[in-house]
Design a protein around this ligand. Structure first.
Ligand SMILES: Nc1ncnc2c1ncn2[C@@H]1O[C@H](COP(=O)(O)OP(=O)(O)OP(=O)(O)O)[C@@H](O)[C@H]1O
Ligand SMILES: [Mg+2]
Length: 250
């Protein structure tokens, strides 16, 4: 079996005259942390929206475990094993922490039969997801009452409860303080150790560089550079377009 879990070829999404993602090709290997960064408006979130089925591609192909998924509905993509978090904390404010995670357990990957996942299996998924993200003690708290750090962890818990093969995190540490960033970095490391493949969009270099096996820098919807973190840090084009301005922002 190929080590490539996810492969995009010539992926393009236009919004009117703007190509938010433009003829982009990339592969993500099974078990790696694939980091993504680049200036504001580069197309990073649009790439996630294409992969998760929240936005349909204008053209191009997305293969996940060898199957074409470009243009598939988001719930079907989720069932296949792709889960994501959002750039702005998104939780169901009227529910508790456990109820939020339960939504992921119900609608996520299924054990191969039609119908939703109910009962003991869903409960076990929720327990595991809350334990992994450090939220077990807060399971009965209203999600709306949580601080940003916990809302971000809860988005990860809901995604984990779908039992994904690949987890896409959109700026998970944006807006967090240094101590919280370090805790999130440790959490992401733990998740990878469980065998998850992770795609990580992040501006905060302090989190992105030590976590990523490979980093792709996007600019104007295209791939500006891709390589090991040290190569990316030293790449003159990346420094000119992005890191020169953003370095030290972490
Ligand atoms: N639904 C949409 N309709 C029109 N334009 C859009 C839409 N979604 C994104 N865009 C545009 O596509 C471009 C890429 O946006 P995107 O959110 O993917 O960037 P990003 O790299 O995630 O930026 P940031 O670092 O600020 O999060 C931007 O110019 C944005 O305004
Ligand atoms: Mg974004």
């Amino acid at each position: 079996m190929s080590d490539d879990l996810l492969e995009c070829r010539s992926l393009t999404r236009r919004f009117g005259a703007l190509a938010a993602v433009n003829d982009l090709s990339l592969s993500v290997r099974r078990g790696e942390i694939f980091g993504i960064s680049g200036p504001n408006g580069a197309g990073k979130t649009t790439l996630f929206n294409l992969l998760s089925g929240h936005v349909r591609p204008t053209s191009g192909s997305i293969r996940f475990e060898g199957r074409e998924i470009a243009g598939m509905a988001s719930h079907r993509i989720c069932h296949l094993g792709i889960a994501r978090t959002f750039q702005l904390p998104l939780v169901f404010g009227s529910g508790t922490v456990a109820e939020n995670a339960m939504v992921g357990a119900y609608f996520g990957k299924r054990p191969g039969v039609a119908g939703l996942t109910f009962g003991a299996d869903a409960e076990a998924r929720v327990d595991d997801a809350l334990r992994m993200t450090g939220l077990s003690a807060r399971r009965d708290v209203e999600a709306a009452q949580l601080p940003v750090f916990d809302k971000k962890r809860l988005m990860v818990a809901s995604a984990l409860a779908t039992q994904p093969t690949i987890l896409m995190l959109d700026e998970p540490v944006g807006g967090l303080n240094h101590r919280e960033v370090d805790e999130f970095v440790a959490l992401i490391r733990t998740l990878r150790e469980t065998g998850l493949t992770i795609m990580l969009i992040e501006h905060v270099m302090r989190a992105l560089m030590p976590l990523s096996d490979r980093v792709m820098i996007m600019h104007h919807g295209e791939k500006l550079a891709e390589g090991a973190p040290d190569e990316i840090r030293a790449n003159p084009e990346v420094i000119r377009v992005y890191l020169g301005r953003e370095a030290g922002a972490a």
